[in-house]
Design a protein around this ligand. Structure first.
Ligand code: CP3
Length: 334
């Protein structure tokens, strides 16, 4: 069993380290491939290159887990929306066609994403058995933000979109959940052994809607995974003290802290769950001394507990890979 799967399922305390967005723009070896492949979706569908990118941070830092190089927006893509990634801007999706979206068959959906599954197969063969291969999905709410084009800017959404009387919100969420469970199953069958569920925009949901838009959809997906013995890590980013309620309702195997959660608060309030992450990705822009002191705070707080070392959000494109290397070395020798 891989290191991460063991920590999540057996709740044992052992060293385990990986970083969100570890395969990405801060690595010159990624930038090289990216420059040669201007179409990001096409790159995600190139199984050989996607596998190569997945392994880049493992080769550089010898991390315990690889996360497959793909994107949460591959699901709206497989449901028929065009997805564009403009340089230095957020992703842009074409208008959704809800009728065809609701009618995409399981076969059609899986066929469109088959290169992702192929990439997982290739990667699993190349990875040492102790290393985990993580697959991921975007939670229904976070996908809806993109599908319905609700984003106004980095911190604001246009929630009024949901009030459109023609919008069959419950049916859409239901369809998303079934496609996401299928995507999870396909990825596990291809060789992944842990699933991370990103609810990156959970913090933008108004209080009175959090149950319906965040807790319940996450819970349904985690239930599906539990029934199929698939370990899950949830990341309801930005919901503050509602992390406690989220954890009690959704009951994932692991929960990823964001950098705004006090690790001591998490330790006393998040029970029966493996804690992961929390460290701000900004620490890579501080001195080595400050970086190590921040990291030590997390390591010491969760000493003796099954804690997975990671960040509170993804690595930023401006991060110096040598700095990451020094943090990994520090963690390994601690
Ligand atoms: O290394 C890894 O973590 C695996 C690959 C991965 C990517 N996206 C590759 C990527 C993962 C896990 C994701 C998840 C993802 N994608 C999330 C959830 C996590 C989070 O960051 O909140 C979200 C919201 C997306 C949607 C998305 N994809 C955005 C907003 C962007 C553009 C801005 C950005 O953050 O990079 C992307 C593009 C994207 N996905 C890139 C990469 C490496 C950059 C593409 C480029 O080279 O321009």
């Amino acid at each position: 069993m891989s290191n991460l799967k063991k920590v999540l399922l057996e709740k044992v305390s052992c060293k385990s380290i990986w970083f969100m967005r570890q395969a990405g723009r801060y690595l010159p070896e990624f930038q090289k491939i990216r420059t040669e492949n201007p179409d990001f979706i096409k790159l995600c569908l190139n199984s050989e290159l996607s596998s190569e990118i997945t392994l880049q941070p493992i080769k550089r830092f010898n991390l315990d887990s690889a996360i497959i190089f793909s994107d949460i927006l591959m699901v709206p893509y497989a449901l028929g929306q065009n997805v564009f990634f403009n340089k230095n801007e957020g992703p842009e999706l074409s208008d959704h066609q809800l009728d065809s979206f609701m009618n995409v068959s399981e076969k059609n959906f899986s066929d469109k994403l088959s290169p992702v599954y192929k990439a997982i197969e290739i990667t699993r063969k190349k990875l040492n058995k102790e290393k985990s291969l993580i697959s991921f999905i975007g939670a229904p709410w976070t996908l809806l933000v993109y599908i319905l084009k609700m984003k106004k800017n980095k911190n604001e959404i246009n929630i009024k979109v949901l009030e459109d009387s023609n919008l069959k919100l419950e049916e859409i969420i239901h369809k998303l959940i079934s496609c996401l469970c299928l995507h999870i199953k396909n990825q596990i069958n291809a060789g992944s052994d842990v699933i991370q569920i990103f609810d990156s925009w959970a913090g933008l949901i108004p209080n009175e809607r959090i149950n319906k838009l965040c807790y319940l959809p996450n819970a349904k997906i985690v239930d599906f995974c539990r029934e199929n013995k698939i370990p899950t890590i949830c990341f309801p980013k930005g919901i503050g003290e509602k992390f406690k309620e989220f954890n009690e309702i959704v009951r994932p195997d692991g929960i990823n802290l964001d950098q705004h959660i006090d690790p001591l608060w998490a330790k006393s309030n998040l029970k029966n769950v493996v804690i992961q992450g929390g460290l701000s990705p900004d620490i890579f822009f501080k001195s080595d001394k400050e970086m190590i002191s921040e990291a030590t705070k997390y390591i010491e707080t969760f000493k003796g507990l099954p804690y997975v070392f990671n960040l509170g959000h993804g690595l930023l494109p401006e991060t110096d890979p040598d700095k990451v290397k020094r943090l990994v070395n520090f963690y390994r020798s601690y």
